[in-house]
Write a protein that binds this ligand. Structure first.
Ligand SMILES: Cc1ncc(C[n+]2csc(CCOP(=O)(O)OP(=O)(O)O)c2C)c(N)n1
Ligand code: SF4
Length: 267
């Protein structure tokens, strides 16, 4: 079965979301489609729900992650993907991000980080740069951006990666590793928005690829290299990976379902 759908794509022409879509298709091309499941949030990124032939739920804004977690509780044998924007996950969804790191459900969170609430016309998100001006904030964003990689490390997330939307080959490779990882995997994809917060676009020259890393101190150092402005160096790749008990491993009822290869309905 193909991952393509017949839905007309309504992203702005040239939006890097197109490249993220292609990366996801490339990463999943050999996966068993029946075992895949997706949840998307509300936002420009969320439209990916219509463009991928994968069963799932078009979730509420900020809540795609707990919905995805609910699906893994229903059937721990599914490969669940949650697509969220930086506005969604780091504002309304921030508590879920922290607890997903602690609980370690076996699912992949893909964040399309364009440093803007784009669908609702460019309000600043927690990763927007200080001083960012838009119609919604004409005096400029007063606060500095948060660093989600550092937060993920502090919350115990066992797989943390960063990709460049404009490099679909590398992004697909990283996504494949994220889906294969047993436990919560977090992939931040740096994505330009062609309409809102354009001044933060084109950071490609700051980016450099790193080797897969399993050393926490090194991961902390890499997390510190970029503060979500247009300065510094931006490490791209698997920034941290650690094997740890998953949510399924911690609950015998789920472990039993995993062993049998079924969900609660027995199929
Ligand atoms: C509970 C709730 N809060 C807020 C909104 C309004 N809302 C819809 S999309 C959106 C912006 C999404 O921004 P982001 O998550 O960064 O995704 P992007 O559009 O940039 O891909 C907001 C605030 C909503 N629909 N529901
Ligand atoms: S507003 Fe920005 S993120 Fe949304 S589709 Fe257009 S270019 Fe892409």
């Amino acid at each position: 079965m193909t991952l393509n759908t017949t839905q007309p794509i309504t992203w702005c022409p040239g939006c890097p979301n197109f490249m993220i879509l292609e990366s996801v298709k490339k990463a999943l091309s050999k996966s068993e489609q029946k075992k895949l499941c997706m949840v998307t949030d509300i936002g420009c990124h969320g439209k990916i729900f219509d463009y991928l032939n994968i069963s799932g739920i078009y979730g509420l804004h900020g809540r795609a992650l707990p919905t995805a977690m609910g699906i893994t509780l229903g059937n721990p044998n599914l490969n669940v993907l949650a697509f969220m924007g930086d506005g969604a996950i780091y504002s309304e969804g921030i508590a879920h991000f922290i607890h997903a790191g602690r609980f370690n459900p076996n699912l992949t969170l893909i964040v399309h980080d364009n440093q803007s609430f784009s669908l609702t016309t460019g309000q600043p998100t927690p990763t927007s740069q200080q001083g960012y001006k838009s119609k919604a904030i004409p005096m400029g964003e007063p606060d500095k951006p948060m660093n989600p990689i550092k937060l993920a490390l502090a919350s115990g997330t066992g797989f943390i990666a960063r990709c460049n939307a404009k490099d679909p080959k590398h992004t697909a490779e990283v996504l494949r590793k994220a889906v294969k990882h047993k436990g919560f995997s977090f992939v931040e994809i740096i994505q330009d928005c062609l309409i809102f917060n354009k001044e933060i676009n084109d950071k490609d020259k700051l980016m450099y690829n790193v080797k897969d890393n399993k050393n926490k101190k090194m991961a902390e150092r890499m997390a510190d290299k970029w503060d979500y402005t247009k300065k510094g160096k931006i490490p791209i790749g698997v920034l941290y990976q650690e094997k740890k008990p998953t949510l399924t491993d911690k609950w015998p009822q789920l472990k039993n379902l995993e062993k049998k290869g079924v969900g609660w309905k027995g199929k």
